[in-house]
Design a protein around this ligand. Structure first.
Ligand SMILES: [Fe+2]
Length: 355
């Protein structure tokens, strides 16, 4: 018999062929749990097939299907459901078997004081939540690992076609994460920032390779195509339902706090904090990196650039964090939040005209 929901989120099924026992149990427990009852193993199995119970409490001796067979079927159908016995025919042997065979969490005997039954069911509900939380966590870890793998695939895709970009996204990720940690960002923000940094130049897939590798100065038309890469990156990533604003971080990584950046000319707090951190790390790596038309300009020049642009072009907090951590970050070791991508070289490719 299905009853109206009570205050508890999880549901409990009581199985007993003695209607008087069930009525007394429901009266004492109905306030605390969402209780259903069944008078036989068959009726109870029907409910179990349709309902996700946290706890099932069953009598042992019932006409038709007995309690042991019923609980064994419950374990097969709903492995997470916590199973208990409440019986007036307990023997030492059947109690030991029930626990040792693993088909019950608690073995209770009638008459069972209300408080003892309630305490046992509460422990069962807590056990059920623990099982579900662990399963959820495992699932989330798997999804996170899969997502990180896909991101690394994207990174390799961008860097494979342009030797000057090889390693750039990985180095920018390592520096961005160190800066964000120094600024006190939480783990969730770090995960989103790390993934965005790993693919921040993915839009360059649409830029002809000869523009990226051109040894001379770019024409205005060529440069405007290169400047489309944040928007192209946004268009590639936006359909993916990431739990972080990855597409918007990528879109905004060339914005500047005074509104002089692109593609939208956003200013100050209009730019996501992650994008403001990424912008500083990107410029620092770009200035240090070799380009087709000039060698890398070195760390001192890179740090001078962000010091000069602090507050005007670059977020002051991000600049301070970069200056604090830059000497301690081993960018060549890559980011620590996911496995290091394969095939990354040492030479970096500047992110077009830095600053
Ligand atoms: Fe870029």
């Amino acid at each position: 018999m299905e009853r109206s929901p009570g205050p508890s989120r999880e549901r409990v099924l009581l199985v007993d062929d003695d209607a008087k026992v069930l009525t007394a149990e429901v009266r004492s427990l109905g306030e605390r749990f969402r209780i259903d009852t069944a008078a036989s193993g068959d009726e109870a199995l029907d409910l179990v097939r349709r309902t996700d119970y946290a706890v099932v409490v069953s009598d042992l001796k019932m006409p038709g299907m007995d309690g042991i067979r019923f609980l064994t079927r419950v374990r097969e159908l709903r492995p997470d459901t916590v199973r208990m016995v409440l019986t007036g025919f307990a023997t030492r042997d059947n109690a030991i078997d029930a626990v040792n065979d693993g088909y019950v969490f608690r073995f209770l005997t009638k008459p069972c004081p209300t408080t003892a039954l309630r305490t046992a069911i509460e422990a069962g509900v807590a056990q059920f939540r623990l099982i579900r939380d662990q399963a959820e966590l495992q699932g989330l870890r798997k999804v996170h690992r899969a997502m990180a793998g896909i991101i690394q695939g994207f990174t390799s895709l961008v860097e494979a076609r342009d030797p000057y970009t090889a390693g750039h996204q990985r180095k920018v990720t390592a520096l961005s994460l160190a800066m964000a940690r120094h600024m006190g960002c939480d783990e969730d923000t770090l995960n989103g920032l790390g993934m965005a940094a790993m693919v921040h130049d993915i839009g360059k897939l649409y830029v002809p390779a000869e523009f990226l590798n051109k040894p001379g100065k770019l024409t205005e038309a060529e440069f405007s195509i290169i400047k489309s890469h944040p928007k192209v990156g946004f268009d590639i990533l936006d359909p993916v339902d990431f739990p972080w604003p990855i597409s918007r971080i990528v879109l905004q990584h060339h914005e500047r706090v005074d509104g002089s950046g692109y593609p939208q000319g956003l200013a100050g707090a209009q730019i996501l904090p992650e994008a403001r951190i990424l912008a500083v790390a990107d410029v620092v790596d770009a200035i240090q990196s070799h380009r087709p038309y000039r060698p890398g300009r070195g760390r001192a020049a890179a740090l001078e650039e962000i010091r000069e642009g602090r507050g005007a072009l670059y977020d002051p907090g991000a600049v301070a964090a970069c200056l604090a951590v830059v000497d301690q970050v081993d960018v060549d070791a890559g980011p620590t939040f996911i496995t290091q991508p394969r095939g990354s070289g040492d030479a970096g490719r500047a992110d077009e005209e830095e600053a």
